[in-house]
Design a protein. Sequence first.
Length: 260
Amino acid sequence: MHVVKKYPDGVFSWVDLSTQDQEGAKAFYSGLFGWSFLDIPISDDSVYSMAQIDGYNVAGLGQAMDPNMPTFWASYVNHSDIDTIADRAAKAGGVVMMPPMDVMDSGRMTMIQDPSGAVVGVWQPKNHTGAQLVNMPNTLVWNELQTRDPEAAKAFYAATFGWTDSSDPNGYVMYSVDERIQAGMITMDESWGPVPPNWAVYFMVEDVDASVAKAQSLGGTIMVPPTAAGEMGRFAAVQDPQGGVFTVMQFNGPVDTPPG
């Protein structure tokens, strides 16, 4: 088991769920991924739940602050200077939705909307590194930008984080940091319907069919059934009972070692 102790700048390091039913979400993800939860008080009447495997942090989960806000997974890019990143993002055409702010003694964060409309977080760690376990079953393995304006997105992320991009023969874009492929981008067409631009979260599983069946038994909805991803493996898109959407992915071979 490789425990990540430090992430390079520009690499995704954390995901968390903002939900309208924190206890219901905890029950769903515990049943699906075997996560346990450590509740950390953040106010007199609310907690932030750290999802854990063997005592190591893998994701976060919190009650939505706005009762009208939909449930969603957010992705965070690690960086040692988020004030500079926020400035770069604004100059590159993004919108700083949440200015850099301290999160107790855990770190600093900001939320940015790229020119294509997708929202991404940036995390500057102090006591909270990010996900300590990734690229193993029941943990984060991939982050994917789903957008209708890929060229604007490429320019924005290159200017903001210094990402480079390359495309496979099918046009799927892969983002790299110092030659490490660490995220992807897919262009949304009319078949996607009203789905807004977003950063999708992928969790690795050993058996996608078993995970889909388990998710359904726990009250989840299958948005995309198990589907082949070329020679890489198979994936399925799942919506949790509260409305949060994520992808489970089974790989045919080994995945990259964790960063850091």
